[in-house]
Design a protein around this ligand. Structure first.
Ligand code: FAD
Ligand code: DHB
Length: 392
């Protein structure tokens, strides 16, 4: 069966869903195809700290209501090292910028509801996705579902299918350049039924390894614990998790640590990756399909948001005026922001983690950098500006 639309979107993660929602509001038609079931997509816990630009964009996309009701504003973060803690006052240092804690699962759910209410065409649990005729006027996406072959003919294809999707590998090897860096540690990421250890996010540097203390609500916490690259979730029992978090926190925080059931536990590899170009013929990549950041600094989901902002703007210009200026500029515009976030995430990661390959010199230099950051308003301002995100 062949269907026709304006934009064929591969992947119903935050990038794909948000793109189809924003385009719909401007009268542009799309079909979204997704390999997994809606339940599976909703079950992925992942990110939760939103930049102000992302919050504004989500409101403009018509899904701000629950976000404004249930999101928690975070006006500062704490960084802990050598049993000391200092606060970076994001709001003051950036002239009003701050993060909002609101889980990726909720954004996905809000977008799914919004698309369903407006008759969005979303096809879940498909297989054998492939892209064809990118150099023709009407490229196509082919897939199988329930033992039938399907085709979507469209004007453009948006590859929003994450890091392991098929869109990026469709770009020929002699065109695609990739930039990759792996770190010698991973995170075990947890969602727990427990009171957060603090009202604000804490990034903990410790010689045993880094810990992120974040939250989802007054009764649910989110932790990221530095672990080895060979570790599996089975290596991390609840007992080990709580005793390791406790050992890495300063005594005042460890004493007030609320331990509870683990609702979700996953290994998050630490990797920086960028693919260029983000456009090839009639294919446009957005989100994790084009780039990955290590999660320290909370940029992954926010970058998916800014890519979709630039891409939707380009499609809106094209269908409104026939002009292709913004479509042509999409890759360069998005990559400028991506690379700034790549640099920041890599820098935060290296500043805060215990690198098993480091010798005494590097360890001393890392502590010196943390001390400098704790004492320098200029250094804190630079961190705060990147943390709240480059304006769209
Ligand atoms: P995705 O969310 O990956 O969505 C892509 C979608 O495409 C998926 O639903 C996938 O099933 C679908 N798909 C793939 N292949 C195909 C195909 N062939 N055909 C059809 N559909 C396909 N970021 C942070 O900022 N903070 C965090 O704490 C954080 N934690 C994370 C933890 C984990 C385990 C992971 C994997 C990521 C984490 N991230 C985090 C990153 C953040 O979640 C991503 O940046 C964000 O999900 C990107 O959205 P996306 O829509 O581009 O990609
Ligand atoms: C969260 C994740 C991050 O990687 C981070 O730096 C801050 C917050 C979170 O999911 O809450």
């Amino acid at each position: 069966m062949t269907e026709h639309t304006q934009i064929g979107i591969i992947g119903a993660g935050p990038a794909g869903l948000l793109l189809s929602q924003v385009l719909h509001l401007q009268g542009i038609d799309s079909i979204v195809v997704e390999r997994r079931s809606p339940e599976y997509v909703l079950g992925r816990v992942r990110a939760g700290a939103l930049e102000p630009g992302m919050v504004k964009f989500l409101r403009a996309a018509g899904i701000g209501e629950r976000l404004d009701r249930e999101g928690h504003p975070h006006k500062g973060i704490a960084i802990a090292f050598e049993d000391k803690r200092f606060r970076i006052d994001m709001e003051e240092l950036t002239g009003g910028g701050y993060l909002t804690i609101y889980g990726q699962t909720k954004i996905t759910e809000d977008l799914m509801t919004a698309r369903a209410e407006r008759g969005g065409n979303l096809v879940y649990e498909i297989g054998d996705t492939s892209i064809h005729d990118l150099d023709a006027d009407r490229p196509s996406i082919r897939y199988s579902k329930d033992d039938e072959e399907h085709e979507i003919r469209c004007d453009f294809i948006a590859g929003c299918d994450g890091f392991h999707g098929i869109s990026r590998p469709t770009i020929p090897g002699d065109v695609l350049k990739t930039f990759d860096r792996k770190y010698p540690y991973h995170w075990i990421a947890l969602l727990t039924e427990s009171r957060p250890v603090s009202e604000e996010l804490i990034y903990v540097h410790h010689e045993r390894g880094f810990v992120l203390c974040s939250m989802r609500s007054p009764t649910q916490s989110r932790y990221g614990i530095q672990c080895g690259t060979e570790d599996t979730v089975d290596d991390w029992s609840e007992d080990r998790i709580w005793s390791e978090i406790s050992a890495r926190l300063s005594p005042d925080l460890a004493d007030s640590l609320d331990t509870g059931a683990c609702l979700d536990k996953s290994i998050v590899p630490k990797r920086s990756f960028v693919a260029e170009p983000m456009q090839y013929q009639r294919l446009f990549l957005a989100g994790d399909a084009a780039h990955i950041v290590p999660p320290t600094g909370a940029k992954g989901l926010n970058l998916a948001g800014s890519d979709v902002y630039y891409l939707s703007r380009a499609f809106i210009e094209y269908y409104g005026t026939g002009r292709t200026d913004l479509l042509g500029a999409y890759g360069a515009t998005a990559l400028d922001r991506v690379w700034k976030a790549e640099w920041f995430s890599g820098w935060m990661t290296e500043l805060l983690h215990a690198n098993p390959n480091h010798g005494p010199y590097d360890r001393r230099a890392q502590i010196a950098q943390l001390r400098l950051l704790s004492q320098s308003r200029a250094a804190q301002t630079a961190l705060a500006q990147s943390y709240v995100g480059v304006p769209y």
